[in-house]
Design a protein around this ligand. Structure first.
Ligand code: MOS
Length: 743
């Protein structure tokens, strides 16, 4: 029977869309509270050394300047409990702003000027004179090729990559072999919205903290630990985010500094970082990778080695999963994966969209293309021949994997069978045309989450969970899940998020929000449904009086018997008869440990790219991208497609434009602005197509969703690189592909 309350899967416009385009949506640094004062951060011009003197007098003499915070006057704080780390912290000792005179990285915050106005704080910061004693810094990973070490010094649950068989034996049996190095530079998260916070200092000393973050609970925990506050003294709120991409997974220093100032001055404080300062707290690490592959006469992979080295800071040991994917994406008996990090005088790298996989699969997927050519096989056919039917890393079946179907669907839509194998065989006017393919695999994760659902007598449902909305569509998909679970129209449902007064949700990352918070929302609505059924059964002559919860369904504003839908009661009548003003239920969701152990749970994708290369100018135009994604059940075709479109744009950026360049003489990122840190604009983007293949997964979680925040980025940069090879015959192994590499 068709229903007007089946919402899951439908292409639904964002429920928060009009709030965002009309300006009604409030971002962290936009909340207006009475008597605000303004902070401005002073950043270190040196990469390493000590602050020897701070000349604050001249600044403090300016009328309207309230205070200059620095290590010289920061009060002693509770956080010097050395064991505390935020939810997302790697091993080591987190950076503590204004802790002492030491400078550990360029652009380190060394002082906070607070004034009556933003303009005054900024001016005062600009004339604040600070003396430094500089010491020699090391910032270049290329100089550390032989100086890496296996992670583990930081001691936070790092698992070394799994190896199997003997890769050297496998490779020695191979008929065709390749061994190459792949490099990409650092990249910085560049959301539109700058990091910032507004801290509302209430007369009773309690704080409401509007912070730009992907995890309000993570920030609350940080603030309470660091400043020795109780939870009811520090409410953290984030209702909207103008992009996060991982930069907001950890509490950033605008949070520390604004809370410090509010507590010390007993005033409400606003602090917004500058675009330049956005390049000072975490990045995708500059990474060097070596891949070695060998195949037998039929194109079967016989041996694989993948080694990666990237930078970390001196104070924390950042790790990401770069090489493990190479042990599971293709079938191969003999695999050696190894991974090292090297500390440098930089800030700790930080998860950036599909951390590790975006870069690891870039190297793997270009190497696979090289190997296919070496073996004389079509690159897609080569992947089919080495298809992994189970996860060899985990030695477990996939809970579902429709990558083969994605290959078929993609090849058909793209017209892959028309592709001539030889490079430089397609032309359009003076442009060389090339087609490339690549793909990837990402975790389908789930974390513990909780939600609360409440319905009022007028039939309005409100569901809350302290999840995040970093532009991904959380408000919308949670509204859809709640509305469908209780058989209501979308308009009758409000989903609230981003507030530590709500039930706890994990940080918004890892592509796990749909699975984690979605299941919690479903469970909370079902718990509420059970209460509603109880009330319905008590009604006079209730047709449901003998029904168990499993016997009924909530559809079109009614509770009805599944097997006899004409036996129903109207939900609003139930509420009105009950005499209650509001009925509420809370529930949580956890991953199923048995399924987690039994299955390997992953999403997959494959990307087809067409490029046109002007050989005289060295320019690359991406004329077509098709991204075929197998990510379980898709909750909302429209927001999911938007997610993947964003991923494609980012992948093109990674391939052709995006890189933070450091001048190692200063240990400083030099292109720290939108003019010189290049990302695509509309004119760079042509024909993008996103397809989701059907993938039913009864094991992954009760909703059957895998998350699509990250998987869509995989393979994009490699497919561009492979297409450039097909067009030009030039094999590029270092991103981004600037025109000098093609001339
Ligand atoms: Mo994502 S890098 O887990 O925000």
């Amino acid at each position: 029977m068709s229903s007007t309350t089946n919402h899951i899967g439908k292409a639904t416009s964002r429920v928060d869309g009009s709030a965002k385009v009309t300006g009604a949506a409030k971002y962290a640094a936009e909340f207006n509270v009475p008597d605000l004062v303004y902070g401005y951060v002073v950043s270190s011009p040196i990469a390493k050394g000590k602050i020897t003197k701070i000349h604050a007098d001249k600044v403090l003499a300016l009328p309207g300047v309230i205070h200059v915070f620095s290590h010289e006057n920061v009060p002693s704080l509770a956080w010097f409990d050395r064991n505390y780390k935020d939810d997302v912290a790697p091993g080591g000792s987190p950076f503590r702003p204004l802790h002492d005179a030491e400078v550990k990285f360029s652009m380190q915050p060394v002082a906070l000027v607070v004034a009556d106005t933003f303009e005054l704080a900024r001016y005062a910061a600009s004339i604040l004179e600070i003396e430094y004693a500089e010491t020699k810094h090391e910032t270049d990973i290329e100089q550390k090729r032989d100086d890496g070490h296996e992670p583990g010094r930081g001691k936070t649950g790092y698992q070394p990559p799994v190896r199997r068989g003997n890769a050297n034996d496998g490779l020695s049996k191979a008929e065709h072999r390749i061994r190459e190095e792949y490099i990409h530079g650092a990249q910085h998260h560049n959301p539109m919205e700058m990091f910032g916070a507004t801290v509302h200092y209430h007369p009773d000393g309690k704080l409401t903290i509007y912070d730009k973050t992907q995890g309000v609970y993570n920030c609350q925990q940080y603030v309470t630990k660091v400043f020795g506050l109780s939870k009811d003294q520090a409410r953290v709120v984030n209702l909207f985010m103008g992009g996060g991409f991982g930069a907001g997974l950890r509490p950033q220093y605008e949070l520390f500094l604004s809370v410090l100032a509010a507590l010390e001055l007993k005033r409400s404080v606003r602090l917004s970082l500058t675009r330049q300062q956005m390049f000072s707290f975490g990045h995708r690490p500059h990474t060097l990778q070596t891949l070695e592959l060998g195949t037998g006469p039929d194109g079967a992979l016989l041996g694989l080695k993948h080694y990666a080295l990237h930078e970390t800071s001196r104070f924390e040991e950042y790790t990401e999963n770069v090489v493990n994917w190479s042990g599971m994406l293709y079938q191969c008996p003999d695999v050696h994966l190894s991974y090292q990090v090297a500390p440098l005088d930089v800030y700790t790298p930080l998860d950036m969209r599909a951390p590790g996989a975006a870069t690891g699969s870039f190297a793997l997927e270009v190497a696979m293309d090289e190997m296919a050519y070496e073996a004389g096989l079509d690159p897609l056919e080569f992947r089919r021949r080495n298809y992994a039917d189970h996860d060899q890393n985990k030695k477990a079946p996939f809970s579902s994997k429709k990558l083969r179907e994605a290959y078929d669907e993609g090849a058909r839509r793209f017209g892959w069978d028309q592709r001539p194998m030889a490079p430089r065989s397609m032309r359009e006017g003076n442009m060389l045309v090339g087609w490339g393919v690549a793909g990837g695999v990402w975790d389908a994760s789930m974390q513990k989450a909780a939600a609360k659902a409440s319905i009022t007598a007028d039939g309005r449902l409100t569901v809350a969970s302290a999840a995040g909305e970093n532009g991904t569509g959380t408000y919308t998909i949670m509204t859809q899940i709640a509305a469908e679970t209780l058989g209501l129209p979308l308009e009758a449902v409000t989903f609230r998020l981003g507030d530590t007064n709500q039930p706890e949700a994990p940080v918004q990352g890892g592509s796990w929000t749909a699975a984690s918070v979605g299941t919690a929302v479903k469970n909370a609505c079902e718990a509420l449904g059970e209460k509603l059924l109880k009330l319905a059964k008590k009604m006079t002559d209730s047709p449901l009086k003998d029904a168990a919860f499993d016997d009924v369904e909530f559809v079109n504003g009614q509770i009805r018997l599944r097997l006899a839908p004409e036996q129903s009661v109207v939900l609003r009548d139930v509420l009105q008869t009950s005499g209650e003003r509001e009925i509420a239920a809370e529930s949580s969701a956890m991953p199923n440990p048995v399924n987690m152990q039994q299955f390997s749970m992953h999403s997959h994708n494959v990307v087809f790219v067409e490029v046109k290369v002007d050989e005289e100018l060295g320019t690359v135009h991406v004329s077509r991208v098709l991204n075929v994604v197998a990510a379980g059940r898709i909750l909302n075709q429209k927001t999911a497609r938007s997610q993947v479109l964003g991923s494609i744009v980012w992948g093109l950026s990674m391939a052709l434009m995006e890189e933070t360049v450091m001048d190692h003489r200063f240990g400083r990122y030099m292109n720290h602005n939108y003019a010189e840190y290049h990302v695509p604009v509309n004119a760079d983007i042509r024909n993008l197509e996103v397809v989701f293949v059907e993938e039913e997964d009864p094991h992954v979680n009760p909703l059957g969703v895998k998350g699509i925040g990250e998987v869509g980025l995989l393979g994009v940069a490699a497919a561009v690189t492979n297409a450039v090879y097909h067009a030009t015959g030039k094999r590029i192994r270092q991103l981004p592909i600037y025109l000098d590499k093609l001339l």
